[in-house]
Design a protein around this ligand. Structure first.
Ligand code: SAH
Length: 381
């Protein structure tokens, strides 16, 4: 039988595994503490665990499944990690240092099914969900080494803050489409038996899957970010096809009704695309639509990628847009683009291998579909 990756299991599941072998339940916490607090990668090094249990663990489980295939460094200090998964698929995570903060951006899917026209990941289509363990392990491998006994980190920590301070689910994929993987990972990451990462420092970003947003607030205390990008129904349908399922009005009504106890505000992300959604009227409409919602707006100037004909708003339009929104009484910040030289910025993530797979598929399609696929191949090269 194939051994399971122990990162897929909750504490309760490891406890049941112990109970089935008539072992005391507290052994499970000893194991998870080695795995998540100390970062150990070898069951035999768990010195307070009896030998027979260590042997049984080795027979039943592996520790982790991600292989770091490439590490790219941006001139601004951002690092992009390319991981190869057990089935050969590849995903990317991004480490973003900013003063004392170190933010890790994790992926939740290989590809994405949402089809946003301004996002490079969408061009891959949907391949599969990441598992709970594959999401958690992105953080375990990316974090700088903590203790001398800790396993070696993949990352060159020369210039980085000592620990990851913030975690954002904003890499490849739609986290709430992969609800089980996302919430399972958050459990391991925030539990005291796991990584013990603060809920308040975890942000889940979504295109706005309404029922899952409501569930997320009930199941976790993570912060919520909603990618809005337009409040005009027609424009948003073109940019974000999910709008056909949940209209702008329905999405905003749901946001207005969300119970936001301790998390103070929702963040609305707004990608600024030249001549599409960056006019003064768009800014006014945005501020009007958000009236009465406890929120802040995060403006993200569009990051270009090969094959896209969209353009980034110029700095003057970005500043004007922010100013109009602010004057209307809505808090608005501009997200600085990080790691654009290594294609690590928002909306630029397409792991190299996945891009090749997509291009091979579109090239072999061209026999039957003719021009369109040829065009797609030409544009992506
Ligand atoms: N699927 C989730 C999380 C991944 S995208 C979501 O859509 O929220 C993370 C953020 O990057 C989103 O706000 C998205 O709108 C933004 N984004 C996508 N493509 C972009 C691009 N080309 N330039 C700038 N931001 C982009």
């Amino acid at each position: 039988m194939d051994r399971r990756d122990i990162f897929e299991l909750s504490l309760a599941e490891i406890e049941s595994w112990c109970a089935e072998r008539s072992l005391p339940r507290y052994r499970a916490q000893q194991v998870t503490s080695w795995l998540y607090q100390r970062g150990l990668r070898d069951f035999q090094e768990m010195t307070n665990v009896p030998r027979p249990l260590r042997d049984a663990l080795v027979t039943s489980f592996t520790i982790g499944s991600l292989e770091l295939a490439m590490l790219s460094r941006s001139s601004d200090g951002t690092q992009k990690l390319l991981f190869r998964l057990r089935d050969g698929a590849t995903i990317e995570s991004v480490l973003i240092p900013d003063g004392a903060r170190l933010t890790l951006c994790v992926s939740t899917q290989v590809g994405c099914a949402m089809g946003c026209t301004f996002c490079a990941t969408a061009t891959l289509g949907f391949r599969r969900h990441l598992t709970r363990g594959e999401i958690v392990e992105q953080l375990l491998q990316a974090r700088p080494p903590t203790a001398p006994k800790a396993r070696e980190s993949s990352v060159d920590d020369g210039d980085l803050p000592a620990r990851i301070t913030n975690l954002v689910f904003m890499g490849m994929g739609e986290p709430l489409h992969n609800y089980a993987g996302t919430v399972g990972a958050i459990e391991t990451l925030t539990s005291s038996w796991g990584v013990a990462f603060s809920h308040r420092r975890i942000t889940v970003s979504t295109v706005g899957l309404v029922p899952e947003m409501q569930r997320l607030l009930a199941d976790t205390q993570a912060q919520l970010a909603v990618s809005l990008t337009s409040v005009d129904e027609t424009t948003r349908r073109e940019l974000m096809p999910i709008t056909k399922k949940y209209s702008v009005a329905e999405l905003l009504a749901a946001c207005r009704a969300l119970p936001l106890p301790r998390r103070k505000r929702i963040t609305f992300e707004y990608v600024l695309i030249a001549a599409v959604n960056d006019r003064v009227d768009d800014a006014r409409a945005l501020a009007r639509a958000l009236a009465g919602i406890r929120c802040k707006v995060n403006l993200i100037p569009f990051n270009p990628f090969p094959g896209s004909s969209l353009r980034r708003s110029d700095d003057v339009s970005v500043a004007r847009f922010q100013d109009v929104v602010r004057r209307a009484g809505v808090h608005a910040t501009v997200r600085e683009s990080r790691g654009p030289d290594i294609a690590a910025a928002c909306g630029q993530l397409v792991a190299a291998e996945e891009r090749r797979a997509r291009d091979v598929a579109s090239a072999s399609d061209s026999g039957s579909t003719g021009g369109a696929a040829d065009l797609a191949t030409a544009m992506s090269s």
